[in-house]
Design a protein around this ligand. Structure first.
Ligand code: NAD
Length: 340
């Protein structure tokens, strides 16, 4: 069977990471018909928008996409293409697993935390304006019963389907009484419908401290949008950094797989960025497609290459300027050799 998948190379380091990932996925023997679509800062001039409709139409038609990171101008300029894809296609659940199974030295052992981040509301609703230009600005944080209920339910269903025992709702309901108060109330209501899964909650600042001190005590975390974004980067830091952190965005019918990290523009075109996070996102996609054996092979091959420590990018070497670090494509070559 051949899978038709939308492939969005993105910009910055995205295209080289997607090339590496595509080569690894194809070497598993699974057959793909890639529907390649351009989006991001580099196509602004050509299409007058960083997110042409054809990209969204392709994802709607194929139902599955693999995406490289896309740059968002900071403070000014166009709004995030990444957020727009999630919101327009209602990909409400952002799954970001953080596992220490790659065994990177200097990192925590036995961490297995899955971050489930709400992807469509919260502060990312993008409702903000100047009150007095250059003096005061205002941003509105939207939390709804519907949005909270479906993300908490997603977390419990994920826990049940993957043999996990604990869901922790993370919030700031002591201060944000209306918004996070609602999120927490709904989380408690949903938790009652899953008596087989343990449930607790943590205030987000305490959660960050606990994750640094005792990450092994946590299992599945469910968070509103901004907290989920921040805490998932923290979790990736526990297990090896952004270079190894995969992600996936799910709606009821569509799924878009992409690394947690951004476009790392300073490394664009230099063949330096670590392809692991994007390749592992590809492995999550293989699982989603039902290709469980191929997904496992890819994960095992990555673990073997990383534990050998020879053909890895700069960020996985003991020092950042280690001359023995290899490039993006050479690390992918080593993973492919391991697969074969
Ligand atoms: P970033 O994730 O691009 O980089 C953060 C740090 O991690 C940098 O030091 C970078 O060099 C390093 N890093 C990231 N990916 C790496 C990799 N594969 N290998 C080795 N090191 C890696 O975050 P940023 O610098 O805050 O953002 C850069 C741009 O990316 C911004 O425009 C931002 O909006 C965008 N962004 C996009 C996404 C997405 O596409 N989903 C996510 C986050 C940020």
């Amino acid at each position: 069977m051949t899978y038709r998948v939308t492939l969005i190379p993105g910009d910055g380091t995205g295209p080289e990471l997607i090339t590496a990932t595509r080569r690894v996925l194809e070497s598993t023997g699974v057959s793909f018909d890639w529907d390649i679509r351009e989006a991001g800062a580099d196509v602004m001039e050509k299409y007058s928008t960083p997110l042409p409709d054809a990209v969204l139409d392709s994802i709607r038609a194929n139902k599955v996409a693999l995406k490289g990171p896309i740059t968002t101008p900071i403070g000014t300029g166009f709004r995030s293409v990444n957020v727009a894809i999630r919101k327009i296609l209602d990909l409400y659940a952002n799954l970001r697993p953080g596992q220490s199974e790659l065994g990177l030295s200097g990192c925590y052992d036995e961490v297995d935390v899955v971050v489930v981040r709400e992807n469509t509301e919260g502060l990312y609703a993008g409702i903000e304006h100047d009150v007095i230009p250059n003096e005061a600005a205002e941003s509105i944080r939207i939390i709804t019963r519907r949005g909270s209920e479906r993300i908490v339910r997603f977390a419990f269903e994920y826990a049940r389907a993957n043999g996990r025992h604990l869901v922790t709702a993370v919030h700031k309901a002591n201060i944000l009484k209306a918004t996070d108060g609602l999120f927490l109330r709904v989380a408690r209501e949903v938790a009652e419908q899953y008596p087989d899964i343990e449930f607790n909650d943590r205030i987000v600042d305490n959660m960050c401290m606990q994750l640094v001190q005792r990450p092994q005590e946590y299992d599945v975390l469910v968070l509103p949008n901004l907290f989920g974004d921040i805490v998932s980067d923290l979790v990736s830091g526990l297990v090896g950094g952004l270079g190894v952190a995969p992600g996936a965005n799910f709606g009821d019918e569509l799924a878009v797989f992409e690394p947690v990290h951004g476009s790392a523009p300073k490394y664009a075109g230099k063949n330096m960025a670590n392809p692991t996070a994007t390749i592992l996102s590809g492995a999550l996609m293989l699982r989603h497609l039902g290709e469980t054996e191929a997904a496992k092979q890819v994960q095992d091959a990555i673990a073997a290459v990383i534990s050998e420590g020879r053909y890895v990018t700069y960020d996985l070497k003991p020092t950042r300027d280690d001359p023995s670090a290899v490039g993006t494509q050479e690390m992918a070559d080593a993973i492919i050799a391991e697969l074969q």
